[in-house]
Design a protein around this ligand. Structure first.
Ligand code: FES
Length: 75
């Protein structure tokens, strides 16, 4: 039986959510945050997971996907 290897970096991870947007980014404004802005990874490619390190840019370019981070912003 042949083994099928799928390279994760060439597969989109977002099949249907808000596909008309170039990049899906959501923000939450909070009053009790130590830093003014923290970005959490939603593409599962970050080298600093759970924080975003910008790896979604390479993933989106390679796959045609549109994933982006969740931004937590201090009010
Ligand atoms: Fe995953 Fe930015 S690295 S969303």
């Amino acid at each position: 039986k042949p083994i099928v290897v799928v390279k994760a970096e060439v597969q989109p991870i977002n099949p249907e959510i808000r596909k008309t947007e170039a990049k899906v980014v959501d923000s939450v404004v909070l009053t009790e945050l130590a830093k003014p802005l923290t970005a959490y990874c939603r593409c599962w490619r970050s080298g600093t997971f759970p924080l975003c390190d910008g790896s979604h840019v390479k993933h989106n370019k390679a796959t045609g996907d549109n994933v982006g981070p969740l931004l937590l912003k201090k009010e």
